[in-house]
Design a protein around this ligand. Structure first.
Ligand code: ADP
Ligand code: MG
Length: 626
């Protein structure tokens, strides 16, 4: 007999399981049954693709047994079993899928939540077990093995003469405690109700001996207890069922059984298509953002079944990137079982299904936006950025599909608004859709550049996500209305009289402005008198395609090509500081230079741009103070 230590992560997880005070202990059975079902799936799949193996449906089942005297609960399956190596790597270390995510998350959350949020798989049996024993024999293997552990330090493995291929897991229940009566896991009705609740849609029979009361043969009046072998689950995959037969709870428990995400799904859609391609699908939109969603680690994809047999865990080709948040399954009778990953990408059927799914998800979201605004905003809060990325990426190939799903914070409504809502509210004389960019609503609220647009009574959309402006530039316009940054150089909102006055002033102060421009060199493209500023002394605006906010984002990119906005320093001629400049002009060049520098740096600060030389700036400010 060999004894081995658990891997460090496993130990931590096990410790939590053993000392768990988690209220939903019942889920251990769901975990073991779903592993058993996976194991049968694997053998079924092999048989379908390998002529040397035959699959007789009756030979494949999951069986639950209890022994009240020994206080043990057994979960048996006729699945593919495990080799010695598989036993070690699968049960000695934290396996794949749900458990791997867990590994990353374990530092961040407390144990209670972890168990609720992740399928912690096989180890969850230690919530109720003092000792777990696994007997298993792999397909095409002559040897069986026994694995045993108390869930503390390590486990032991030894050869074991097991007759049939498959796995048998024996749980030695913990001693009953004041708060928990572990004996309930020996009770028929308790086990039945857990199976019904969590594992009803498992495709293989979950069998159990059940005591039924039947009338006596010779005396109909009297009843006797008869023990019958029963299949507890309904076995019809949930996606094959009629929508009308299913409740929200059914969908929720399927989501949990499949470990599609944290908590409850925000929304689900059940699709059944019978056209050019036939398929059924259940898709979910998670409520919470997966912790690695906006990172390289996140893998999109749907479970793909061919006529009820799982052929791929995460088929990425079924989902466009802009809807990568969707989780769920697709089952199609038109797909070949032998389909390989490479062929799948080219497969015509898969392409048709993907197209269909994209359309359905889009319409689902649009109708949520229309009919359940709160829910949609919850969705958007988590996944809105992905939609914006979708508008922007692939050179805008998907922008028209996605534009109506966009929401931005509105200056006038003080809440999120869609572009459609914005355009419908536009006053007649307004030609453009205005937006302002910044770190936060508060910051944007205070931007000097918004003054003129707000004065005109126009609504401004606030862009606080880095991707916002890039997405909007890709979109270019909505309903023929062009987007305009309130900081762009050519707002053209002034009335004729203001314009005339501005021309006059410009002429009058030509020399001063030219001198200031010269002093700033190529830090700015121009120095102008502003027509948009009402109370603030200065601001920066940008000419051309690249805005100041975009410059900031581009500068952070690893392969930044030093793309800069064409900045224009705008001075408010009605501000007192401008009069001081006019005074100094022609008599005190140093003072003009000093003021110009300070004003330029102030404008940078307002934009949230870095000050090139903070020491020089503070020195300049001291000069003004003394
Ligand atoms: P997961 O199911 O998420 O991979 P688990 O902890 O539930 O994680 O199971 C770990 C692994 O152990 C499984 O992936 C599978 O390879 C193996 N396993 C568990 N139970 C069985 C079983 N009944 N038959 C065959 N293999 C099993
Ligand atoms: Mg599992």
């Amino acid at each position: 007999m060999e004894t081995k230590q658990f891997q460090a992560e496993s130990k931590r997880l096990l410790e939590m399981m053993v000392h768990s005070i988690y209220s939903q202990k019942d889920i251990f059975l769901r975990e073991l049954i779903s592993n058993a079902s996976d194991a049968i799936d694997k053998i079924y799949y092999k048989a379908l693709t390998d002529d040397s193996i035959s699959f007789n449906k009756d030979d494949y089942y999951i069986r639950i047994e209890t022994n009240k005297d020994n206080r043990t609960l057994t979960v048996k399956d006729t699945g593919i079993g495990m080799t010695k190596e598989e036993l070690e790597s699968n049960l000695g270390t934290i396996a794949k899928s749900g458990s791997l995510d867990f590994k990353n998350e374990v530092e961040m959350k407390d144990g209670q939540e972890i168990i609720g949020q992740f399928g912690v798989g096989f180890y969850s049996s230690f919530m109720i077990a003092d000792k777990v024993t696994v007997f298993t024999r792999a397909l095409h293997s002559d040897e069986g093995y026994k694995w045993e552990s108390d869930g503390e330090e390590g486990y032991s493995i030894e050869p074991y003469d097991k007759q049939d291929v498959g796995t048998e897991i024996i749980i030695q229940l913990k001693e009953n405690a004041e708060e928990v009566n572990y004996d309930e896991y020996l009770e028929e009705h308790k086990l039945k109700s857990i199976i019904k609740k969590y594992s009803d849609f498992i495709r293989y029979p979950i069998k159990m001996e059940v005591t039924e009361q039947e009338p006596q043969e010779d005396n109909e009046e009297e009843v006797v207890d008869v023990i019958e072998d029963q299949t507890i689950n309904s076995m019809v995959p949930i996606w094959r069922k009629n929508k009308q037969e299913l409740t929200d709870e059914d969908y929720e428990s399927f989501y949990q059984e499949k470990h599609f995400g944290f908590d409850k799904p925000l929304s689900h859609l059940h699709i059944s298509v019978d056209g050019m391609v036939r398929f059924q699908s259940i898709l979910y939109i998670p409520e919470q953002l997966p912790f690695n969603y906006y990172s390289q680690d996140f893998e999109k994809g749907l479970e793909l079944y061919s006529n009820g047999v799982l052929i791929m865990d995460k088929c990425a080709d079924l989902l466009p990137d802009h809807f990568s948040f969707a989780r769920g399954i697709v089952d199609s009778e038109d797909l070949s079982l032998n389909i390989s990953r490479e062929i799948l990408q080219q497969d015509h059927q898969v392409k048709l299904i993907a197209k269909n799914i994209e359309k359905k998800v889009k319409n689902h979201l649009l109708s949520m936006l229309k009919n359940d605004r709160d829910k949609y905003e919850k969705f958007y809060d988590a996944f809105g950025r992905q939609i914006k990325f979708g508008v922007y990426s692939d050179f805008g190939a998907n922008k028209d599909k996605l534009k109506d799903l966009l929401l931005f914070y509105s200056s006038s409504e003080q809440k999120l608004a869609s572009l459609k809502e914005y355009v419908e509210r536009m006053p007649e004389d307004q030609e453009h859709i205005y937006y302002a960019t910044g770190e936060s609503h508060d910051r944007i609220e205070k931007l000097p550049q918004t003054e003129l647009v707000k004065d005109k009574g126009y609504e401004i959309l606030y862009f606080t996500d880095e991707v916002d402006e890039f997405a909007i530039k890709m979109l270019m316009n909505y309903d023929d209305k062009e987007f305009k940054n309130v900081s762009s150089g050519d707002l053209d909102l002034e009335d004729e009289e203001t314009k005339k006055e501005a021309e006059k002033q410009k002429e009058e102060h030509k020399d001063l402005l030219a001198e200031m421009k010269e002093m700033l060199g190529n830090k700015v493209k121009d120095v102008k008198l502003s027509t948009r500023l009402k109370t603030h002394p200065v601001c920066l605006s940008a000419e051309g395609d690249v805005s100041i906010e975009m410059e900031k984002v581009l500068k952070q990119m690893p392969d930044n090509q030093n793309i800069e906005a064409n900045k224009v320093l705008e001075i408010n001629s009605k501000h007192d500081i401008f009069q001081s400049l006019v005074h100094a002009h022609g008599s005190d060049k140093d003072k003009v230079k000093l003021y110009t520098n300070i004003l330029y740096n102030q404008a940078l600060l307002i934009e949230g741009l870095p000050i090139e030389d903070p020491v020089a700036l503070t020195n300049d400010m001291c000069k003004v103070m003394v």
